[in-house]
Design a protein around this ligand. Structure first.
Ligand code: ATP
Ligand code: MG
Length: 502
């Protein structure tokens, strides 16, 4: 009997005493100990009579036992449903009714709230509390041996909800082979081995921290330093023990803002990866000037894992996300007609490959809209490919502004605003306009200690922009609305700044 994903990720480490996960408190769990913990949990799932294909919803803080639930689901043929710890009860209610899990695992503090919205027939267990309702306690008493169920490449491994940056989150159905093929491609491309230690400070309810980071380490035998979140002091303390950091752009801006982050501190490291949101060229350059390392930027999403990565050996080009991974086809199409566009043109990024998900959970129409019959997934992101084959992300199609019939890409204006010393960050949006269809507005967060005049900022960027791209106004804001992954929620900005009818 084989289990397509569990065997290569976790199963082959049976008996291995090498460290797998270390937490900042200093506790280290070997690959074999992790495997045993997952076996005990799988035996609890069997006691609950969960059947292959049943969903296990998990809303718990980041911890090693939380990660073991993932391995326990895989070995049991169950479908993991990781839920963002930031979700409110009404959001959780939606996800639980939508996914109908057979088991819900939560932190003790959430138990009452979840109990009140538990779907019919589901069991609720807590992680780390005591007693009959505690997965931790029950696992401690369960047998340490468990034979993984047989699972094939097309069996579901997880339903992962998208970040909800552009609207309501959708449940992406990911198969064993979606996850395995992607981990194999990345481990190979980024040269992961058992000599690596990944500093892991990303959440494990999102594709980046859960699948990219954990799967690549498990597959290659690398170890992880598991941080509950990005706490600067703890990260700086642990960098000397790491060889790789995977992060989002804010990790890098925060490290650069700290004087303890020096060339010496990271001279021994071999790789810094950034993704999930665009990395500013300024951050790229400042990072290289400070450390001598060039960040490797990559691009992906919940529905496809990783698609595109800058090269490990070749030039890591700022403002681009590099080349499609081996096995991934990427094309740029006309968003209206679907026709493939020539090199250099901006259009919809579509991807096809073993990494592409099976569809959205219980959303057949949405699936049919975004997954073409020939296997290409319409990502919703606009991009272009240069003569050397590097892919650049231009922005989301939903954020494209069409004013007076012209296409305006917000990023072009944001880059100009961000380059001004009084601007910390900016977001450019389109709002309804009776004359032009949409009008351009910018929200600007001032640099610390500055109070810029919006008109003066406009005067500085106008000479660089064609007239139709000139923002009608700049709004000074304290901060930009962001979701829990740190992504700017432009739909909220549009609501805030849409002119109210008189
Ligand atoms: P939703 O689909 O629910 O609106 P989301 O698209 O933010 O949310 P994710 O799947 O977490 O959910 O994020 C994937 C998106 O993140 C991509 O489609 C892309 O827009 C953006 N992204 C990821 N990496 C990069 C990158 N390197 N540069 C620019 N954008 C990126
Ligand atoms: Mg998306």
């Amino acid at each position: 009997m084989t289990n397509h994903l569990f065997d290569p990720l976790f199963g082959r480490h049976s008996g291995s005493d090498t460290p797998f996960v270390t937490t900042p408190g200093g506790a280290t769990m070997s690959h074999a100990e992790f495997l045993t913990l997952s076996a005990r949990m799988a035996n609890v799932f069997a006691e609950l009579k969960l059947q292959k294909g049943d969903r296990v919803a998990v809303q718990v803080g980041k911890s090693v036992p939380a990660l073991a639930i993932y391995a326990a689901c895989l070995r049991s043929g169950l479908v993991l449903l990781p839920l963002n710890t930031g979700y409110t009860v009404s959001e959780l209610d939606y996800f639980l009714q939508d996914a109908e899990p057979g088991l819900v695992v939560c932190d003790p503090a959430q138990a009452d709230a979840l109990h009140a919205i538990l779907p019919h027939g589901a069991t609720l267990l807590t992680l780390d509390a005591q007693g009959a309702g505690s997965l931790t306690d029950r696992a401690a008493e369960a047998a340490a041996e468990h034979t993984p169920l047989s699972c094939g490449p097309d069996d579901l491994a997880a339903i992962l909800y998208t970040s909800g940056t552009t609207g309501r989150s959708k449940g992406a159905m990911l198969t064993h082979d979606n996850l395995l093929s992607n981990a194999q491609a990345l481990a190979d491309l980024w040269r992961f081995s058992e000599r690596d230690t990944l500093l892991h400070a990303l959440p494990i309810f999102h594709t980046h921290g859960l699948f990219v980071a954990v799967n690549v380490c498990a597959l290659s035998g690398a170890a992880m330093l598991f941080h509950p979140g990005f706490k600067l002091d703890a990260i700086i303390d642990d960098l000397p023990r790491a060889t790789v950091l995977m992060g989002v752009p804010t990790f890098y801006t925060r490290l650069l803002a700290d004087a303890r982050f020096t060339r010496d501190l990271v001279a021994h490291m071999r790789l810094f990866v950034s993704g999930s949101a665009p990395l500013l060229a300024e951050t790229h350059e400042a990072f290289e000037a400070r450390t001598g390392h060039r960040i490797l930027e990559r691009y992906g999403m919940t529905e496809t894992n990783m698609n595109v990565s800058n090269p490990y050996d070749g030039e890591r080009r700022a403002g681009t996300v590099g080349f499609p991974l081996p096995g991934v086809d990427l094309r740029i199409t006309d968003p209206q007609t679907g026709a493939t566009l020539p090199e250099g043109d901006i259009g919809m990024i579509e991807v096809r490959g073993p990494n592409v998900f099976k569809g959205y959970w219980r959303m057949p129409e949405k699936t049919a809209e975004e997954l073409r019959d020939n296997g290409f997934f319409i990502t919703g992101d606009l991009g272009q490919i240069d003569a050397q084959g590097y892919v650049a992300i231009v922005g989301r199609q939903k954020d494209l502004i069409i004013s007076g019939g012209y296409n305006i890409y917000p990023k072009e204006i944001e880059v100009l605003l961000d380059s001004l010393p009084e601007v910390n960050e900016s977001a450019v949006i389109g709002v309804p306009d009776a004359d032009f269809g949409e009008a351009v507005l910018a929200a600007v967060v001032p640099a610390p200690g500055t109070t810029p005049d919006p008109e003066a900022l406009l005067d500085r960027i106008r000479p660089e922009l064609a007239r139709f791209k000139h923002p009608r106004a700049i709004h000074i804001v304290e901060e930009l609305p962001r979701n829990t992954m740190g992504k700017v929620q432009k739909n909220i900005l549009r609501q805030t700044f849409t002119p109210k009818p008189a």
